[in-house]
Design a protein around this ligand. Sequence first.
Ligand code: NAD
Length: 255
Amino acid sequence: MPSLSSLIDQAALSCAKARKAIALTGAGISVESGIPPFRGKGGLWAKIDPMKYAHIEALERNPADVWRVLFMGIADLLKTAEPNAGHMGLQRLERLGVLQTVITQNVDGLHQKAGSRDVIEFHGTHTTLRCMSCGQRASWQTVRLDVLPPPCACGGFLRPDVVMFGEPINVALLQRAQMLAATCEVMLVVGTSATVEPAAYLPVIAKHNGAFIIEINPEPTPLTDDISSVALLGPAGAMMDRIVQAVAGYKEGRL
Ligand code: NAD
């Protein structure tokens, strides 16, 4: 079994040589920023039933409850969350000319806060609001939250601009993500359980088109054995730090 150092070295060398690398991130990359994932240890779904609160039909049936339990809970977490070494590592790979795009399933805005410039928010964003009826967008700062769900001027109500279970992914974003997956040379897959489709299929597309897949996750996932070229079983922050350091070494000719 190869050592972690040699796996990191393989990962870094593939990044340093790649003309086009992209990343797919999930809730795990934000765990070190204090935002719990959905599944696994400390996951949100152990505390609340996703079908009761995270499905579009739940929002349509009972918007006040979904707002109170799910949306306000996430908003509280996001208020103080800052990017961690995992987000910063991807931003540094972009600055080193390695990483082109981050495709994230996260809705927390932390990649942009870290300075990543091309971020595809596959499941939308919790950082802005949108009217369920007229589609008008609004910012959290300008909306009063003493009445839930907050009303829109059109008579409808506002909700975070996220993709809930039962809602489609934006077609343009899906097509761009699939195209990037099909044409990248390296894909870093960081902190995702790889169980939510269609995001979970992006590494499969990349692999079938010849990409080198670097997976970072403390736990094995459905990708680990058959799809990942290198699986780094550890937390995003520490693993990204080591990869970036080694990539910088290769780029500067030190290694
Ligand atoms: P998930 O909850 O299904 O899986 C999280 C994964 O992260 C697990 O495989 C876990 O082992 C791994 N993980 C835990 N700690 C980690 C760490 N320190 N470093 C790296 N990995 C770690 O999340 P998912 O695969 O992204 O899919 C579920 C959905 O969750 C997504 O659609 C996303 O919209 C939503 N979500 C987003 C946030 C966020 O925006 N931060 C938070 C929770 C859930």
